[in-house]
Design a protein around this ligand. Structure first.
Ligand code: EPZ
Length: 418
């Protein structure tokens, strides 16, 4: 559904807000359930359009998938298909992690290229190369990727030229029941990878080194259903930190894992916020006006996450001083800069660098989000802008933020979804 947010900016935020479960953990975990025999329950699963899309894929493949409150219950014993239609593949980028899971479960997988936010070219060459190394025959014809491993997949040594999150997930899903041992060098180290490996290990897998650069997977015969609680969403936490920082507020963010925010906390501290973390909760006390941010370069984890760049840039727009952002993960991840400029921000973008000269005030305007995290960035800025802003493209936001207008309103913001 196409909807807009109407934000009346200028309110200070107060009180506490609970962070939802991580979208980028939930999606590969849902793909992983294809490999499990029996029932699995995923607790703390956010209610998002991308999660719905994954559930539709699971049902198409023959699984039972239903939501019970914040939990998803999946039964995969009925898997009877090894293809995914284009209309389902196009709904999100993460549909591609079904490739490794379906191939591993069925010995064959056929699907088209995935959709997802337009952040520049998003090839899947690393995924396909790795599956070939594991023994799959991969043919790309008329936009369809067809993988065959009639005699099963075999453990292998895979060295990734870049620590791609999705490729690492696909390798893990394909190798977990392969014959023999797989070693992945230069693997992605994101917390979502660790969450996936912990889920699979409790289902009977033997994966070692998750969260480190080298992951070793000893293939097992089969996996059984498990109950698992999804980790908190570190990007939603970073968005709330940005919202507090830009409005000069004092809020409590509940249900976080401090270590996952290791590259984000110092940025806000250096710009003048007082941040205290205790027992899974974080208090962010922002100054009346933020100081300039230190140089921010997006990097694979544990570096500063590209997904947090748009909301943090929104906070930088009102800083006292100049902040510099270098985007090193995606080609085109400054689309929110246009919207921020319409609100009065002073931002110059040149290739993959954005220079943000802090202004004293932003003013409400009608703006359009063009991707998920960009939408979050525009909303953060609108919270601090004088007057009313209307933000379109909320369907992007809803891929990753659960009831965000309700969350922000509970903190005292004036946000209405229309
Ligand atoms: C995941 O995307 C996240 N998505 C992204 O979050 C996140 O921005 C990204 O990791 C980086 O942290 C999910 O987890 C569902 P990559 P993914 O493979 O797996 C290049 C959000 O807003 N590359 O690590 O697609 C690629 O082009 C989303 O929640 C290749 O060249 O990220 C990109 O430049 C957006 N060949 C870089 O690597 C490949 O085969 C990072 O991609 C694969 C990737």
């Amino acid at each position: 559904m196409v909807s807009r947010f109407v934000v009346c900016g200028g309110n200070k935020l107060s009180g506490s807000a609970e962070v939802q479960g991580s979208k980028n953990s939930a999606l590969p975990l849902l793909a992983a359930t294809v490999l499990l025999n029996g029932e699995s329950v995923l607790y703390n699963c956010p209610d998002l359009s991308d999660v719905d899309a994954s559930m539709r894929i699971l049902r198409y493949l023959g699984c039972e998938a239903k939501r019970e409150g914040s939990a998803l219950v999946i039964k995969s014993s009925g898997v009877c298909r090894d293809d995914i239609p284009d209309c389902l593949m196009r709904e999100m980028r993460s549909s591609i992690v079904f490739l490794g899971a379906v191939l591993s479960r069925c010995g064959r997988a056929a699907m088209t290229f995935p959709g997802g936010c337009e952040l520049g070219p998003r090839p899947i060459d690393l995924h396909l190369k790795a599956l070939r190394t594991l023994g799959a025959e991969v043919v790309e014809r008329h936009g369809v990727i067809e993988c065959n491993a009639r005699n099963g997949l075999r453990g292998a040594k895979i060295a990734l030229s870049f620590p791609s999150v999705g490729a690492t997930e696909n390798i893990i899903l394909a190798a977990v029941t392969a014959d023999g041992t797989t070693t992945v060098t230069n693997a992605a180290r994101e917390p979502e990878i660790t969450d996936l490996c912990e889920f699979l290990n409790s289902a009977g897998a033997r994966i070692y080194g998750a969260g480190e650069g080298v992951i070793v997977i000893d293939g097992v015969e089969s996996l059984s259903g498990v109950n698992h609680t999804i980790i908190p969403d570190r990007i939603v936490a970073a968005t709330l930190m940005s919202a507090a920082a830009v409005t000069g507020s004092d809020i409590e963010i509940e249900g976080i894992i401090q270590a996952h925010l290791g590259s984000i906390i110092p940025i806000f501290e250096e710009s003048g916020c007082d941040i205290k973390c205790e027992c899974g909760s974080m208090r962010v006390k922002a100054p009346e006006r933020l100081g300039a941010m230190p140089y921010i370069r997006t990097m694979p984890y544990p570096g500063f996450p590209t997904d947090a760049q748009p909301p943090v840039m929104a906070a930088a727009a009102l800083c006292d001083g100049t902040s510099v952002f270098a985007e090193s993960i995606f080609e085109n991840r400054f689309k929110h800069a246009d919207g921020l400029i319409r609100l009065g921000a002073d931002i110059k973008v040149e290739n993959k660098v954005a220079v943000v000269k802090g202004v004293k005030s932003l003013y409400g305007a009608r703006i359009e989000a063009q991707d998920l995290r960009g939408a979050a960035g525009l909303i953060v800025a609108a919270l601090a802008a004088e007057g009313k802003s209307e933000i379109g493209g909320i369907e992007y936001l809803e891929r990753g933020y659960e009831n965000f207008e309700i969350l922000l309103s509970s903190l005292g913001a004036e946000v209405l979804k229309v």
